[in-house]
Design a protein around this ligand. Structure first.
Ligand code: AMP
Length: 199
């Protein structure tokens, strides 16, 4: 295991780059193998990417969070915003790892206090998401996380909510991106967007 306090001048060393590339590729391929494809769920024609086998393995779950930490890079967010519901699982673990707070973006009617909301269309239906009005302070550095980017409707709406509250989204990250759906077109191109697995 390499220490995480190496000076920046060392980070370009070929041996080190090779080491990190190797570790990363191995992790990514293990996560990839664990994702279970479920055809026709929740309705015909949808190939559902089931991430519960990753959650069910202590090792793979930790490894996924390791990779999310790498994706966030040197940023120091004070809030991690997770999208209802699988974004909560990864987001809460990431928040704990980074020493940041966790904020849920929830489906309509689930948050108890004053909310700010947005409507959007998704791969299989219509939806509305909400955030507590006081969840993000103006100028706060935020990471937005979800399990999967499909059409980008959900993440695009969540991104707007955070930006409208004055938050600065420093990284938008997903475990999975369904690239053929071109969801990135619905996202702010100025926000760094990282998916660990792409299909
Ligand atoms: P979208 O707004 O189209 O990007 O949809 C993203 C949200 O829907 C995420 O919160 C995912 O959990 C869920 N989702 C959409 N399509 C799939 C899929 N094929 N497999 C698993 N989850 C999906």
């Amino acid at each position: 295991m390499l220490p995480n306090f190496l000076p920046e001048s060392c980070l370009d060393h070929p041996a080190l780059t090779a080491h990190f590339t190797l570790v990363n590729e191995k992790n990514i391929s293990r996560l990839n193998e664990a994702v279970r494809d479920v055809p026709d769920f929740p309705k015909p024609g949808i190939l559902f990417k089931d991430i519960t086998p990753i959650l069910a393995s202590g090792e793979l779950f930790r490894l996924a969070i390791d990779e999310f930490v790498s994706a966030v890079g040197g940023e120091s967010p004070t809030k991690i915003v997770g999208i209802d519901a699988r974004g909560f699982i990864f987001g809460a673990a990431l928040a704990d790892r980074l020493g940041a707070g966790f904020v849920p973006v929830r489906k309509k009617g689930k948050l108890p206090w004053e909310t700010h909301g947005a409507s959007y269309t998704l791969e299989y239906g219509e939806a509305h998401v909400e955030i507590h009005r006081d969840a993000i302070l103006p100028g706060e550095k935020v990471v937005l996380i979800d399990d999967l980017l499909a059409t980008g409707g959900t993440a695009g709406a969540a991104l707007k909510l955070i930006q409208q509250l004055g938050g600065e989204v420093v990284c938008l990250t997903f475990l999975i991106e369904l690239a053929f759906l071109e969801g990135r077109k619905n996202l702010d191109p100025s926000v760094r967007t990282v998916a660990l697995l792409t299909y």
